[in-house]
Design a protein around this ligand. Sequence first.
Ligand code: G3H
Length: 540
Amino acid sequence: MIQAENNRLLFPNLSGLPEGIRAPLLEQSQYLVYGELKEWQGPKNEIFSPVIFSENGSLKRVRLGSYPEMDAEAMDEVLNAAHKAYDLGRGEWPTMKVSSRIRHVEKFLHVMQGLRKETINWLMWEIGKSEADSAAEFDRTTEYIMDTIQALKTMDRESARLELHQDIYAQVRRGPLGVVLCMGPYNYPLNETFATLIPALIMGNTVIFRPARYGILLMRAFLDAFKECFPPGVINVIYGDGETTAGTLMKSGRIDVLAFIGSSRVANILKKQHPRSNRLRSVLGLDAKNPAIILADADIEAAANECVNGALAFNGQRCTALKMIFVHRSIVKEFLKIYCAKVEQLKMGLPWEKDVNITPLPEPGKPAYLHELVQDALSKGAGICNEGGGNAYESFYAPTVLYPVNSTMRIFEEEQFGPVVPILAFDNVEEPISYMVTSQYGQQVSIFGKDAGEIANLIDPLVNQVCRVNINTKCQRGPDVYPFNGRKDSAEGTLSVNDALRVFSIRTMVATRDTEDNRALFTSILEDRSSNFLSTDFIL
Ligand code: G3H
């Protein structure tokens, strides 16, 4: 049990863990290449949990194990594996019937469902995510896979027919793009990774997958599942630092699609490394600093609830988190009072504690970075408005509400990705609008208010600044059937259950002139079921 005491957090002994909670330990020495789990003979990196314990009077991050630090030379082997399986589009996987690829993914889903308990445990220990949020991440991912299968069946049914236009018969379907390099973020190492990995696979691409910066060891059990459920080379899993692994892969020019959720800085470096940029497609989820705009007539209580959750769920480590709150000056005092009271109710603790909200941060340098942002704001006129705000202890950073924030402060532009909430007062709604227009980010906004006319006037200009305008609702990605994307430095391409199938594929067709001979030829192929592509079979 962690308790706040004298603005410090006290950590328990490892022996004081509750029943059923144990730190996992895994010396992960294998990588997956062409259906084989290979032993990595080179150097390894150690992984430490953001969860800290006291041992013999000193505080220590719990060691969780180690993973392979693969080098540039090893990238050739995985590239060759992925290319061999794709075989320039002639491989078994890219030419397979859609219904057969679906069966592989269904088998994977079945195996994955057996990994729920251990994955939740790893999420708690590797990235400090609360048990409830870890369970939600796992369940949302399996649901996403089920929805993806249904969406592909629907898409396939819609293309299970021939069209006739201007005496040309055609069957149009979606085909794979090639070899995909897939990398997810540490805040959703399972969900956001699989939200690109599964659509990429199911559309017939082959994949090289590198786990997120944190949330690495949780993937070990999935290597067995990948090996068991997919043909050799269809999915290959590598480990190691991004510059060495992803950089080498991109420089090879043999990556067809970059699927990356992370910073725009890294995405730009990776894209530039590819020697034939015209051949590279990118599916990117990048930086964001979503603002909330609280209008003068807003229901303050309801807005505060949405903004506490919107800004501080998983310690503010969501790309969709509210990272700037603009409040009309006429209600800012009342809003701050209600907002801070709610923030003070948030429970700090270890991930498995009941109803915990604020948990340890996985990035070792994050508390120091947040401290810098807060000190910078304080030195330029902001104050900390909530009790306990500004306190850091080891891997914890207490939720911190800053007011009044202004444009000279670093927090005004930098994406804090942590539990610091900057609040600004505005007199004229043009002020937050101008913030959005000039911002480098363009993901979402939340508007809180009651006046239909005023909100309608905001919707029209703001839908062209961001890609989702939330009314009296926090910013969020889900439900996953809705498009998830962004403008400017926030994204490239659109993800959703349906859109992801499209971004990892290209429309391709078979066509013929409407003559008696050609009709007979097509009829014969269709009746004999001799092509997987030219087919009117209906997947039920
Ligand atoms: O980190 C970005 C995630 O896609 C956010 O998803 O809004 O459902 O938490 P969420």
